[in-house]
Design a protein around this ligand. Structure first.
Ligand SMILES: O=P(O)(O)OC[C@H]1O[C@H](O[C@H]2O[C@H](CO)[C@@H](O)[C@H](O)[C@H]2O)[C@H](O)[C@@H](O)[C@@H]1O
Ligand SMILES: O=c1ccn([C@@H]2O[C@H](COP(=O)(O)OP(=O)(O)O)[C@@H](O)[C@H]2O)c(=O)[nH]1
Length: 730
């Protein structure tokens, strides 16, 4: 495994200057630091990030001291001034991106100065990284504070392997599009080889924004960015399962737990543990406690809510206001229901050390985890892990990424205060057996997908993404290969050129009729066909009438409908074998139904096939409809000797025996040649590539696995190549 360079806004260790001037090192708060912090030490790795203190807060000699001590922990600090922290961290990160990505659009501040500082700080990170980076390193960038960094690194180091993981939700396109700097941010992400999210939904939202804003499609989770492959996938973050699941056997934790139990006596213990954050739903949770006690007075004195709020981002106004609101609510509830011998809420505003927090998980009967939005939420997982084969109920918000994996918990809508009240009651009433059973299933899952597994899976996929890229790059048509093709072309006596049309000689257009050949292309083809040693064939999926109206060269062979029809001058069109199209009557009504049902789509009728085009339809709707249509078609075509072909923004039904490979082998036979060149862009062309002899040259246009020997990026590059060939033979 190559060296791993982790980069995140916050280092796993934060520095604080105490009032007396001493420097204190502390474990950083938040899931990113706690989660990754537990595993990175075992790797050959280093971590670059902010140590949580502004540059002005340290004297020069202290800065040096801090650098040295952090280095011992394999940490490399990025120092920023007060103003930068204010506009980048408090500003763009936590007043723009954080609320927008957590579905709080009214909290969002769009400020150009924030954006400029965000760009500047990403550049500062880049400078630190550039000093440390070695060409074989694996770079792993984390989170929304550094969304521009992947592309900054990519521009300087085109070959380096970069992974990016977003720890917060990626919002739906409708929210993301509100961001004035949306395209720059997407391009920043796309500097990576692999982009990971906690859930499949976030990955889907990201791909949808890339498609709608940058016009880049993803195919099987791969996006083609100017010939570079970017993989997108979901990797739900796990926890240090071994540690939490062994908590009830750990001496230090047992001692701590005993002390706590003594304090709370027989009362049930409900816990609530979060950073101070409006996304965590703390206010709604407190409202639910109030309502629970109001509706169920018999539970007075029967439980205590331990409310842990970890100080966070108080430099941002909404956080500061939230703190005041929580203080008031706690005071109100404790005043309303408390007595000399009981207060309902035991409120701690501080970060608990790991052992104390785990002891709290260990003894808690119920955990209330009800964020309004949360990328993952590790507290929910950590709590459950202390309950392997034990009692303990998790009440979990459906808006937390963790809910995707912890479906056996009591799942609630965090905005529905009544539902939280009901959930608390249910949790108190669940039998011990039921609790153990629920926890068993979830623990099994947590024990398999741990933090180590998560990181390993991400890094394995990162290496795979690099290999896919390498494979693609090794197939790239280099200058040397071009020269070789040229030389073979020049010395050949008889040449066969098999050329696909759409996506190969011309780019795709909104409507198929718009992709007609331009003058330059016609001129090029005319030149190629004029050479008596050349036999040029256009092998297309188009209708014969269309091809005929576009190409009128005496020596050009035309193949239409993926090989159903062929026309050689002076003959007329012929089918490759007797074909029937009686089946169309049965299939057409279904396809017409999908046209009516999907605005922007239309049906094309060819002699021996029916094609549903959806290029102009809403991409998300089309995605769903395509799958539905394919399913419906598969039922209908059984026993009809038909096949369903999914091409570039089309679904086509045609005779199963027709494919481009069949016609290619016929042509290879009829036109023996000592130079064969085949070029195509989609999987219908793969049938040609597999038919070719070893000496032939086959070229795929675009990315993706291929049987072709080489790949090239765009139709423009194809034309350039053909031009080069005709030039040398002039
Ligand atoms: O660094 P801070 O501004 O103090 O904030 C702490 C971290 O909060 C966020 O954590 C997220 O990561 C967790 C692990 O993936 C996930 O469970 C949680 O849902 C997220 O909110 C933030 O994303 C980090 O960058 C911060 O460091
Ligand atoms: O007093 C505390 C409270 C929380 N945590 C840790 O902080 C992390 C919180 O991560 P989570 O994903 O739940 O939310 P985030 O704060 O990252 O949004 C968890 O690993 C907790 O163990 C902690 O160490 N001490």
């Amino acid at each position: 495994m190559p060296r791993l360079v982790i980069i995140s806004n916050r280092l796993p260790i934060s520095i604080q200057k105490k009032p007396g001037g001493s420097i204190e090192y502390q474990r950083s708060a938040g899931g990113l630091a706690t989660g990754l912090g537990s595993f990175y030490k075992n790797y050959e790795s280093l971590w670059i990030g902010w140590p949580g203190i502004v540059r002005e807060g340290l004297k020069l000699e202290e800065t040096k001291l801090v650098k040295d001590s952090l280095k011992e922990e394999k940490c490399y600090p990025v120092f920023m001034g007060r103003r930068d922290i204010d506009w980048y961290y408090n500003g763009f990160c936590n007043r723009t991106i954080w609320p927008l990505f957590h579905y709080f659009p009214t909290y969002v501040k769009y400020d150009n100065e924030y954006w400029e500082t965000y760009k500047k700080v990403n550049k500062i990170f880049f400078d630190t990284v550039a000093d440390i980076l070695q060409p074989d390193d694996l770079v792993w960038i984390h989170d929304y504070q550094l969304m521009l960094l992947p592309n900054l690194i990519r521009e300087m180091y085109p070959e380096i392997v970069i992974g990016f993981f977003l720890h917060i939700p990626f919002p739906s396109y409708e929210l993301f599009r509100l961001l004035p700097w949306r395209n720059e941010i997407l391009m920043g992400f796309l500097g990576s080889n692999l982009i990971g999210f906690h859930t499949y939904d976030y990955a889907r939202h990201f791909q949808s924004s890339v498609r709608q804003l940058l016009g880049l499609d993803s195919l099987l989770g791969q996006i083609n960015v100017n010939g570079r492959i970017v993989k997108v996938d979901a990797f739900p973050m796990g926890i240090d399962y071994h540690f939490y699941s062994q908590a009830s056997k750990n001496k230090e934790i047992i001692n701590e737990s005993d002390k706590l139990k003594e304090k709370f006596g027989n009362r049930k213990i409900v816990i609530s543990v979060d950073r101070l954050d409006y996304t965590k739903g703390i206010i709604k949770r407190l409202k639910a406690i109030d309502l629970f006690l109001e509706k169920n007075p018999e539970y007075e004195k029967k439980f205590t809510l331990v409310l842990v709020v970890v100080p966070s981002r108080i430099g941002t106004k909404n956080y500061f206001l939230l703190k005041k609101q929580i203080d008031e609510m706690v005071g109100y509830i404790n005043g309303k229901y408390g007595s000399i011998d009981w207060i309902p809420i035991w409120y701690l505003y501080r970060q608990l050390p790991l052992m104390n927090l785990t002891a709290l998980y260990n003894i808690a009967d119920v955990a209330l985890v009800t964020p309004l939005r949360d990328g993952m939420n590790l507290v929910a997982k950590e709590y459950l892990a202390t309950k392997a084969e034990r009692k303990g109920v998790l009440i979990l918000s459906e808006m937390a990424g963790a809910a995707r994996e912890l479906g056996e918990a009591i799942i609630v809508n965090p905005n529905d205060v009544e539902a939280i009240v009901e959930a608390i009651k249910k949790a108190f009433l669940l039998s011990a057996e039921e609790q153990v059973e629920m926890n068993r299933t979830m623990n099994h899952r947590l024990s398999r997908y741990t933090i180590e597994k998560w990181a390993k899976e991400f890094l394995d996929n990162l290496i795979k993404a690099r290999d896919t890229q390498l494979e693609y790059s090794t197939k790239k048509l280099t200058k040397t290969i071009r020269n070789r093709i040229q030389n073979e072309y020049i010395s050949a006596h008889q040449r066969l050129l098999l050329l696909d049309y759409d996506g190969t000689l011309v780019s795709f257009a909104d409507a198929p009729r718009k992709a007609k050949p331009d003058e330059k292309l016609l001129h090029l083809l005319e030149k190629l066909t004029r050479d008596q040693r050349n036999q040029v064939v256009i092998i297309s999926g188009r209708k014969k009438e269309t091809l005929e109206s576009w190409f009128d060269f005496s020596r050009l062979i035309l193949v239409a409908e993926h090989g159903a029809w062929i026309k050689r001058i002076p003959d007329d069109w012929q089918t490759i074998e007797p074909l029937s199209n009686q089946w169309k009557e049965q299939i057409r009504p279904l396809m017409e139904h999908y046209v009516d049902w999907t605005p922007g789509s239309f049906l094309e009728e060819k002699d021996f096939s029916l094609v549903w085009h959806y290029r102009k339809a809403d991409p998300n709707l089309a995605d769903v409809r395509t799958k539905e249509l394919e399913n419906a078609l598969l039922d209908l075509i059984a026993n009809l000797n038909l096949g369903v072909l999914r091409g570039n923004k089309i679904v086509e039904v045609k005779n199963v025996s027709i494919n481009k490979g069949r016609i290619a082998s016929l042509l290879l036979n009829d036109y023996p040649s000592d130079f064969i060149l085949a070029i195509g862009d989609d999987y219908t062309d793969e049938d040609i590539f597999t038919m070719l002899p070893e000496t032939a040259h086959s070229i795929k246009v675009g990315i993706g696995s291929t049987y072709a020997n080489y790949s090239i990026q765009t139709p423009g590059d194809v034309r350039q190549l053909l031009l080069e060939i005709t030039e040398v033979t002039k």
